[in-house]
Ligand binder design. Structure first.
Ligand SMILES: O=C(O)[C@H](O)[C@@H](O)[C@H](O)[C@H](O)COP(=O)(O)O
Length: 261
């Protein structure tokens, strides 16, 4: 059998957040070593809240967060104004960015370009240019290699705005793609494509609660689940993928677990 993703299960969100903190700090150190920056992509959903719990905790034996060298990108974003309730930026701002104390520094955050709200393909192309500028500075890049992608898992097995059976899953050239018919509202979005997601140095899913149990057992334990977007990330990222879950989400899941990081 090839190399497999890591599956960690914690008794509650507090324990998960502690482990996630340690993991993100390890990724941060690796990023600082690679290019004196930490290039991270984040999703919406429940992730920003858990991330805030992990990152805003006081410095500990695992080190401290230096947001001044963070470049935050959106793994997916909805084509809405930044103060709209559907905006992933707004969510991240309220849950995390606004709460960062000045002592931890200020991250650079790459938002969507609002002049393209009516043309999501243009918006995707423009966001790809933003990636190009950030990642091309040093390396001659064929694909941006994020230090870390922090992802959620939807009840249908979607991640970012990569939805099951959608043609976007076959995108092999673009780094950022547009979606005009998202099955989950709002319909218009942009998203990192599967090759970009699977090329990350590290890829983490955070999925908690009983509501995730069925989809996690599908993704991790069944043949059909492997062709769901999250399953494709598992396949492409293999041992670079880690699932941060709680006991409720993985009860009955047979996939081998790892105790600690
Ligand atoms: O823009 C989006 O729709 C989100 O980025 C989405 O991909 C999210 O990560 C999953 O739906 C999981 O959401 P929960 O963590 O809230 O279950």
């Amino acid at each position: 059998m090839g190399k497999q993703p890591n599956l960690y299960a914690f008794k509650d969100i507090d324990h998960l957040a502690k482990a996630l903190r340690k993991y993100v700090l390890q990724c941060q150190s690796a990023g600082f070593e690679r290019h004196n920056a930490f290039k991270v992509a984040v999703s919406g959903g429940s992730l920003p809240k858990t991330l805030a719990k992990a990152l805003l905790a006081p410095s500990d034996e695992n080190g401290s967060v230096d947001f001044s060298k963070w470049e935050i990108f959106f793994a997916d974003e909805r084509a809405v104004p930044l103060d709209h309730d559907d905006s992933n930026y707004k969510l991240l701002k309220e849950e995390l960015l606004d709460k960062i104390p000045s002592s931890l520094g200020k991250p650079t955050v790459h938002t969507i370009d609002l002049q393209y709200l009516d043309d999501v393909q243009e918006m995707a192309d423009q966001y790809q240019d933003v990636l190009m500028k950030s990642f091309a500075a040093k390396d001659s890049v064929k694909i941006p290699i994020f230090d870390l992608l922090l992802l959620g898992c939807g009840p249908d097995g979607h991640t970012c705005s990569l939805f099951p059976n959608h043609e976007i899953l076959r995108e092999s050239d673009a780094w950022v793609a547009s979606v005009e018919d998202s099955p989950k509202p709002p319909p218009k979005r942009i998203t990192l494509t599967l090759p970009v997601v699977t090329h990350g140095v590290k890829i983490a899913f955070v999925a908690t609660g009983d509501g995730k149990r069925k989809i996690l057992s599908d993704i991790l334990d069944t043949e059909e689940g492997r062709s769901l977007p999250c399953g494709l990330v598992n396949e492409g990222g293999a041992e670079r993928v880690s699932w941060f879950t709680d006991n409720g989400a993985v009860e009955g899941v047979g996939f081998p677990r790892r105790g600690s990081l």
